[in-house]
Write a protein that binds this ligand. Structure first.
Ligand code: GDP
Length: 367
């Protein structure tokens, strides 16, 4: 494509090569008088936003933009991957703007998780990470649970201002906005986009009734997300689709569990005890003796221990060991983006192994 075209909706430069990147339009659309990118097309005709991702630098520019405006910020995280889906820099830019924190995918949690405990944990964790949201909500964007409540809260807290929706890729931001749009506009209303003034960033404004806007920012790629280390085809294995069913393992000292080939758990010492695993129902859990674990992994990663796939092994990061001593009753050992293991009694010495870059940590149990 030699000539330059821009989208009549958002002003972005049109490209026809990559569907998942900013500014895509099908080649046939170049013959038309006015050209609109696929993203604006979907929004205009189907009231649907589509996620695009961008680089860290662009994200900083967006954060700066948010910091300079007087707006309500709605930040979305995946509660199944809280730390992996956290946007680390946001708190430095929010200024005096109010924030609502939305934990999405509540439908995946087992019934035994108490929502209030999770909300309190999210509040504490946010505070430690430097963010003080006005309120924390749990929703399921996919199922529409608690969307009405959030829509009402957004309307209350925005006090007639614009609303910025931010979140990293895969948290369900698009699904969430699409739900909110249905809630706010009703079915069938045609929404048009407008270019965000003064920037070439891929931000779109969705007009609200009072002349203000709901601003959809691109999904940020968070390099600590487990999701980046698995093949796209395997995402459905690690991302639970339905409520997770906890699996209990009675382990002796010096036993190991593998979660596919993505993570490993060593029970080092503390006498025979139960460990409750909360992972996607599709992920294969393999038990072995700790003394055999290294060689088993070396031999079988990519086949019996999968994901990762064989063809990914050259680029797959090594598993890094994080050792913990469980000091309190009811503790979760979290494998960010993959799941967690609940231990009921204190005194166990354990190790969690995750791909280099991914977080492993302890938290007070959600159950
Ligand atoms: P975005 O990249 O943040 O815009 O995320 P998407 O809206 O594209 O959603 C990412 C993935 O999460 C998709 O596979 C969705 O089906 C799934 N998803 C989104 N919301 C929910 C939810 O509330 N519950 C569940 N179980 N899955 C969800």
């Amino acid at each position: 494509m030699s000539e330059k075209y821009s989208c009549i909706g958002c002003g972005v430069n049109i490209q026809t090569e990559n569907r998942d990147e900013i500014g895509y339009a099908p080649p046939s659309s170049l013959d038309k008088e006015t050209i609109i990118c696929q993203r604006c097309f979907r929004l205009k005709h189907y009231n649907e936003v589509q996620d695009v991702s961008l680089t860290d630098d662009d994200f900083l520019k967006i954060l700066n933009e948010i910091g300079k405006s007087d707006a309500l910020i709605v930040k979305i995280v995946d509660i199944f991957d809280f730390n992996g889906s956290w946007l680390p820099g946001l708190h430095r830019f929010v200024g005096n703007n109010k924030i609502l924190l939305i934990g999405n995918k509540v439908d995946l949690l087992p019934h035994s998780v108490k929502p209030n405990k999770l909300i309190n944990w999210m509040k504490q964790e946010s505070k430690q990470l430097g963010l003080r949201p006005e309120e924390v909500f749990l929703v399921s964007a996919a199922r529409g649970q608690f969307i009405r409540e959030v829509a009402a809260a957004i309307d209350e807290y925005r006090e007639g201002k614009n609303v910025y929706v931010v979140g990293c890729t895969n948290v369900g931001k698009s699904t969430f906005i699409n739900r909110i749009l249905k809630e706010v506009t009703g079915e069938g209303d045609v929404i048009t986009t407008s270019h965000f003034p003064g920037t070439t960033l891929d931000i779109i404004e969705i007009p609200l009734a009072d002349g203000k806007a709901l601003v959809d920012t691109p999904g940020i790629i968070n390099h600590h997300q487990m999701a980046h280390f698995v093949d796209k085809r395997d995402l459905k294995i690690i991302t639970p689709k339905k409520e997770i069913k906890p699996k209990v393992y009675q382990l002796n000292e010096a036993q190991t569990l593998f979660f596919g080939g993505l993570a490993r758990f060593d029970y080092i010492s503390g006498g025979r005890r139960a460990f409750t695993c909360h992972f996607s129902n599709e992920i294969n859990i393999h038990r072995t003796k700790m003394e055999n674990a290294d060689s088993l992994y070396e031999k079988h990663v990519g086949e019996m221990l999968t994901p990762p796939r064989q063809e990914q092994l050259d680029h797959f990061p090594e598993l890094v060991k994080h050792e913990f001593t469980i000091k309190e009753a009811k503790t979760d050992i979290v494998f960010s983006g993959l799941g967690w293991i609940t231990v009921n009694e204190p005194g166990a010495k354990v190790a969690a192994y995750v791909p280099k870059g991914v977080h492993a940590m302890l938290r007070k149990s959600l159950i």
